[in-house]
Design a protein around this ligand. Sequence first.
Ligand code: DLZ
Length: 157
Amino acid sequence: MSTQHKPKEVDINRLKLASEKRFAIVYSEWNPEIINRLLSGAISFFNQIGLDSNDIDKLKVPGSFELIFGCSKMQSLKKYDAIIAIGSIIKGETSHFRYISQSVFDGIKDLNINSNCPIVLCLLTDDNYNQAMDRSGGKFGNKGYDCAAAAAQMSII
Ligand code: DLZ
């Protein structure tokens, strides 16, 4: 079985319907190079459907753990049709990685259950820096781009 990641086709023409919608990105300050690459990927998708970077509201939070609170705050504004949470957690020497990753998945899942404003989770959980590079504009594409496309899709459901 191949383990190669194959990004799915994005139907830009259909997703252009989302250019009338409002989006926010909440992003973490940890691993800034990776985060910037993911943000660029997301913005490049929005540009393709006719939105400018300035059309997308952005909220910076200290770390991935704070994505939960940041997204909850943005949901409470009731302004957005979809929110993207961007973070990068890279495995270290301790088990912190596991606890933070699981908390973010659980926290964002809970927010999705309890609100009408969907949150798309763009959280890289990698064993090392190279893996994070591969998924943020490297050989496995750009997860930021993919998640922006997913947010557009969710906004027009
Ligand atoms: C503490 C911590 C560690 C060890 N690693 C990361 C990481 O790789 N990526 C990330 O986004 N945040 C990390 N953090 C910070 C936590 O997410 C959080 O900001 C702090 O525990 C404070 O609540």
